[in-house]
Design a protein around this ligand. Structure first.
Ligand SMILES: *[C@@H]1O[C@H](CO)[C@@H](O)[C@H](O)[C@H]1NC(C)=O
Ligand SMILES: *[C@@H]1O[C@H](CO)[C@@H](O)[C@H](O)[C@H]1NC(C)=O
Ligand SMILES: *[C@@H]1O[C@H](CO)[C@@H](O)[C@H](O)[C@H]1NC(C)=O
Ligand SMILES: *[C@@H]1O[C@H](CO)[C@@H](O)[C@H](O)[C@H]1NC(C)=O
Ligand SMILES: *[C@@H]1O[C@H](CO)[C@@H](O)[C@H](O)[C@H]1NC(C)=O
Ligand SMILES: *[C@@H]1O[C@H](CO)[C@@H](O)[C@H](O)[C@H]1NC(C)=O
Ligand SMILES: *[C@@H]1O[C@H](CO)[C@@H](O)[C@H](O)[C@H]1NC(C)=O
Ligand SMILES: [Zn+2]
Length: 558
């Protein structure tokens, strides 16, 4: 039998071992990296599931234009901002057990635009750039040919037909390329209102705003949150409720009012406070249009707009009311707009805003029944060159000694093209670039030029990352076509037998919500085990002490 004193010492010892786990080691020490490896190993063992499971809900996050360089830069920026030993802790989705690579090219271009890409990952077919929800036989702008037999069905449409709820959240206009690929069918993504149709001489195109409100499946969406008020409201009346601005529709339709007067318990909001105050118990359909067009950048600190994470939370609260499940698309839409302007800091901050939204979504949902996927529709031309010291800001620059040919500082981040290149002049004239028609670009020793000046930086064509967690996350590993994402989601939710043969012959009842209790038993992590042991030991010791105390008192009485 232990004496009370010995027991106390033992208790303290166990507690201090538990506390020691938290001590931060310097990064120079191999132990730091070994410990990181151990943590990652236990996280993976705990989370990778290799058997088929049916998902009840799917949340798909799209970072518009979020190439791998912007993900890496975001991770570095967060570490530098928080001054946490300048470490590269994983972003919320980098903790997911599954990652892969996605080929983003569209039918006719190596480098896709957002509409062809979104059509691919939401409907499962490669199509022509700038088209939405129609197959590759129809060319861009050809709204004057019949779409009969050429419309592609999106996973949103399939989900609604099976009784699931569907929602869309974005920081761009809700009529913009990525959200529109959920519900629209058109040969021009740029026709978002009838005014656009007139302006672009594409009057045969049905605008995406009208498709959202009038047509299936958009007219069944439970949640629509983003910007784009002006695409939905007439140019004849000022929106007195909000900012007194005119809409742009010429057909005099107020699509917001039309949406509000449809059947069902509906809430319409246009600022952050209203969104936070929504009576969720009494709302089945939620629409929030917070901007005339796109949201301003997170770093501009406009407090009247909700954060992406707040919109995501509101969407989940509405969608999770459906026992049958839901499909939610969340787009970090203005990452792309910042990159097009060579604004790395704005863009990276938007990536971090989406990081918070992913974290929120994962916290609000159960990983046993909700599959969360994070990816991008395409990359940009951002890259991270050189051998920058880790104590230099990711937005900074420094003269590098290695291989230097001039005394100018090298930036930690550069773009291959864009408006910033226009500043590469001596102040009076633009420096004439090499005329590529005069040289043999196939020559072995030809050097590819960089820093191409353009009004707008362009998308990039290399693969983007994809991260997944939850039932059927395992499907998102390796290198895949972006079209496969639609197939895999259709399979995870068993939406469509043509896309997912095994949904046809399997009785899904026994795979619903996936794994059994046994599978969970060995999922206990090292930390959890340690905590459990410490708690058990402490409680045990006190019980023994108590018994000894009682025995002593009994002895004394006798
Ligand atoms: C259809 O529209 C496209 C694009 O605007 C145009 O090039 C083509 O000539 C049109 N075809 C007809 C038959 O009007
Ligand atoms: C549209 O058509 C009008 C008249 O035919 C022409 O003046 C205008 O330039 C065209 N606009 C575009 C964007 O093609
Ligand atoms: C609305 O559009 C019509 C037709 O293009 C135009 O005549 C009118 O000036 C516009 N109104 C406003 C307020 O812009
Ligand atoms: C927004 O707030 C951040 C953090 O406080 C600050 O760094 C940034 O300059 C602000 N943006 C503007 C446009 O003032
Ligand atoms: C950054 O690190 C380098 C060595 O990698 C060192 O020479 C330099 O003094 C450091 N700069 C700052 C500002 O700490
Ligand atoms: C800019 O370049 C032009 C053409 O090479 C030259 O004539 C001019 O002097 C330069 N200006 C400066 C400020 O260097
Ligand atoms: C580029 O070179 C081609 C072939 O020599 C010539 O036709 C063209 O005019 C040149 N372009 C410019 C902008 O100098
Ligand atoms: Zn773009």
């Amino acid at each position: 039998m232990f004496a009370p004193k010995q027991l106390m010492v033992l208790c303290l010892l166990v507690i201090s071992v538990a506390v020691c786990q938290e001590i931060v080691l310097p990064q120079e020490s191999p132990e730091y990296w070994f410990r990181l490896g151990e943590e990652e190993l236990s996280r993976r063992q705990e989370t990778v599931r290799n058997k088929r499971e049916k998902a009840k809900n799917v949340i798909l996050f799209i970072g518009d234009g979020m190439g791998l360089a912007s993900v890496t830069a975001a991770r570095i920026h967060r570490g530098q901002m928080e001054k946490r030993h300048n470490n590269q802790d994983p972003l919320s989705w980098e903790k997911f057990p599954i990652a892969g690579l996605v080929k983003t090219y569209c039918l006719n271009e190596h480098v896709t635009d957002s509409s062809a890409s979104a059509t691919a990952f939401l409907s499962g077919s490669k199509v022509n750039a700038h088209t939405l929800g129609i197959d590759g036989t129809i060319a861009k702008n050809h709204c004057n040919v019949s779409r009969e037999g050429h419309e592609l069905e999106s996973i949103a449409s399939m989900a609604i037909k099976l009784g699931l709820s569907v929602g869309v959240v974005t920081t761009t206009s809700v009529t913009h390329a990525t959200p529109a690929a959920l519900y629209a069918h058109t040969a021009s993504r740029w026709v978002q209102s009838d005014y656009d149709a007139q302006k672009l001489n594409l009057t045969d195109c049905i605008d995406t705003a009208a498709q959202l409100i009038d047509h299936f499946p958009g007219n069944q969406f439970k949640v629509i949150l983003g910007g784009g008020r002006q695409k939905m409201t007439p140019n004849t009346t000022k929106d007195e409720e909000v900012d007194g601005a005119f809409g742009e529709r010429l057909d005099k339709r107020n699509l917001v009012d039309e949406w509000r007067s449809k059947a069902g318990k509906r809430s319409y909001v246009w600022n952050r406070q209203q969104l936070l105050d929504v009576d969720f118990d009494n709302t089945d359909y939620l629409m929030g249009l917070f901007e005339q067009e796109h949201f301003s950048f997170e770093l501009k600190n406009d407090t009247s707009n909700p954060k992406l994470s707040e919109m995501t939370a509101a969407a989940i609260r509405i969608l999770q009311k459906n026992e049958k499940g839901y499909l939610l698309l969340v787009e970090g839409g203005v990452i792309d707009l910042a990159l097009h302007q060579n604004y790395a800091k704005f863009a990276i901050t938007e990536v971090l805003a989406m990081e918070k939204a992913v974290e929120t979504a994962r916290k609000m949902t159960n990983r046993d029944d909700t599959l969360v996927i994070v990816t991008a529709d395409h990359s940009h031309t951002l890259t991270m060159p050189g051998y920058m010291s880790r104590n230099i800001s990711i937005f900074g620059s420094k003269i590098q000694e290695w291989g230097k040919l001039d005394d100018l500082p090298n930036p930690a981040l550069v773009f291959a093209n864009g408006p910033s290149a226009l500043r590469h002049t001596n102040g009076t004239e633009t420096i004439q670039r090499l005329n590529l028609s005069t040289v043999d670009t196939e020559d072995l020793y030809f050097r590819q030029p960089a820093f191409i000046p353009l009004i707008e930086e362009t998308h990039g064509g290399e693969d983007v990352g994809i991260w997944a967690d939850g039932p059927e996350a395992r499907l998102f590993t390796g290198t895949m076509e972006n079209t496969f994402i639609a197939h895999a989601i259709a399979c995870a939710l068993c939406l469509n037998e043509r896309m997912c043969k095994y949904c046809k012959y399997d009785d899904l009842a026994d795979v619903i919500k996936g794994h059994d209790a046994n599978a969970n038993a060995d999922h206990c992590s090292r930390q959890e085990l340690l905590l459990l042991l410490t708690t058990a030991f402490t409680i045990g010791s006190f019980v023994i002490l108590l018994i000894m105390f009682v025995m002593k008192i009994t002895q004394l009485r006798q």
